[in-house]
Ligand binder design. Structure first.
Ligand SMILES: [Mn+2]
Length: 325
């Protein structure tokens, strides 16, 4: 059985869902597989459990994630103060696609450290591998229903956010939940890895470009600044580097690494950061960002801010290396 400490909170979330006629489910901007998969899975579960309800999963459509299912674009004017459920996001300004929505109350399910979202029911647990794991636990421990597609999405969200159960957010609970998910759904999960890891050869050449051009300083801090013309040359977009950054987890010479990508369209720099030791989310939050202790992102506006961020990260590596001496 899945071990749940907060069964009461899960029951309260279920009761609130049951009570609500209209529900909007949202996640963070710049989505990743966990954000998309958990949103669509929860929507589909509520839909098959309560077919009479209006349930929408919102946020910008990302063509790369179409295998998870399609998102909804309801006219918010036709809704009457729906319940808003936010997944995988701790800050109000990073919720995607709810700008003109007048909602009644918020339920939050998230594994990032708590920020400014003030929820009526708040299930925040940084010990969970993924929002998908949490949605999975919610479904398995309440009367919410599961089907094959829901199970596949949840599996993909968990595998992706835990980087195939290799990151520090993976616990015995993660395995417990996945075991239960596979037991009840009987999904054939091995072919699903294609959805996460198949990529065109041009993207592999781009990985080679990053590897060849990554600068590693004396503090074991690695970084690369990827210009827009390079993205064009390799036929990738400004979101691609953040999807590749976990590939660099098992490199001896790296303690922290950052991919800085020029985002011409939005006139900012997108920075993805990973760490194998130093805590980085407090640094990212100084540069229009945040995230997990060892996996963060930031969006500095100028090259000067980028340089300051890179300096701070390198310094964090130095302090981390010196702390045991
Ligand atoms: Mn997540």
């Amino acid at each position: 059985m899945v071990i749940i400490i907060n069964k009461r909170l899960l029951n309260n979330i279920y009761r609130e869902v049951k009570k609500s006629k209209e529900i909007v489910i949202a996640r963070h901007i710049g989505p990743d597989p966990d954000a998309v998969a958990s949103t669509i899975a929860l929507r589909d579960s509520i839909r098959i459990t309560f077919p009479q309800k209006k349930v929408y999963a919102v946020g910008a459509t990302v063509s790369r994630f179409k295998a998870y299912g399609s998102l909804d674009h309801p006219n918010f004017n036709n809704l009457n103060n729906p319940l808003l459920i936010v997944l995988d996001v701790p800050n109000m300004h990073r919720i995607d696609g709810i700008d003109d929505l007048a909602y009644s109350k918020i339920i939050k399910i998230d594994h990032h450290p708590k920020e400014d979202i003030n929820a009526y029911l708040d299930w925040t647990d940084t010990a969970k591998s993924s929002a998908s794991q949490m949605v999975c636990e919610l479904i398995l421990n309440t009367k919410l229903k599961m089907n094959k597609k829901i199970a596949e999405n949840l599996f993909l969200g968990i595998v992706s956010d835990s980087e195939r159960f290799s990151l520090k957010n993976t616990t015995y609970e993660t395995f417990d939940t996945v075991k239960e998910l596979l037991r009840v759904s009987k999904i054939d999960f091995v072919p699903l890895y294609d959805i996460l890891y198949n990529r065109p050869f041009s993207e592999h050449k781009f990985i080679a470009y990053i590897t060849n051009n990554l600068t590693i300083d004396q503090n074991k801090f690695g970084y690369i600044i990827i210009k827009d013309d390079v993205l064009k040359e390799y036929n990738v977009d400004s979101a691609t580097p953040s999807n590749l950054i976990n590939n660099y987890h098992f490199i001896n010479d790296l303690l922290v690494w950052a991919f800085v990508t020029e985002d011409i369209k939005n006139d900012i720099y997108k920075v993805s950061i990973r760490s194998r030791g130093p805590i980085i989310n407090n640094i990212a939050s100084k540069y229009n960002g945040g995230g997990h202790k060892f996996a963060s992102g930031a969006k500095p506006k100028t090259m000067e801010e980028v340089n300051n961020l890179l300096n701070d990260l390198s310094k964090a590596c130095l302090e981390y290396e010196n702390k045991d001496i």
